[in-house]
Design a protein around this ligand. Sequence first.
Ligand code: SAH
Length: 240
Amino acid sequence: MRQNQENPVNVDPAEINKFSEQAAHWWDREGALKPLHQINPLRLNFIDEHSPLAGKAVLDVGCGGGILSESMALRGAAVTAIDMAEAPLNVARLHALESAVEIDYRQITAEALAQQSPGKWDVVTCMELLEHVPDPSSMVRACSDMVRPGGAVYFSTINRNPKAFMLAIVGAEYVLGLLPKGTHQYEKFIRPSELAQWAESAALKIEQLIGLHYNPIWQSCRLDAGLDVNYIMRTTKIMS
Ligand code: SAH
């Protein structure tokens, strides 16, 4: 496992606490994590279009309460989903029972699972997570290690620039109250060039970078070329 000097495991306990506090509200479509519900159909369709999910072995890294994991399972994927926060995982397990979908939810770091099960999955998703971990490059490498050669890895995160600060923090957390205050820290946002470098050095070929535009006034979203704020990077694992 790659280790960060200050964090022997690549987990920030403050982040885990923050998401644990939201656990009970995870599936409240009008609650604290409403934007995740609103963007889910768009990202799900994007993934399904490029990596048809039916019959695929999929790993969802940083799954939280399972919004994306469940929707991928409902499209026919065999989903394993991991997170380091116990309370959201428990919510995810209960919700899967209610939805009658089978998902293997596990509390384990990406780095540890990469050691146990290298190259095991056809598709790995790592959405809205990299900006919450101490060493995102280590997580990118772990995701790459877990996908089979030729398989796909999807990342989504938030760009770091003044516009992203204004929209994703000031607008979403303080003006409109769409997300709890303190959800995001500006300095942990990630430029596409940084993510591209981590991906390439982990043997992931960048296939596509696309902006995920969330309009907080209309609360609508769409995919398009602008990468200023939220974006998705689609990669494939280089055949060795
Ligand atoms: N990927 C989900 C949830 C995003 S919220 C979605 O897009 O719907 C971020 C999630 O990452 C939280 O559930 C949090 O507990 C989890 N997380 C934070 N640090 C983590 C780490 N180091 N390893 C695994 N999960 C982590």
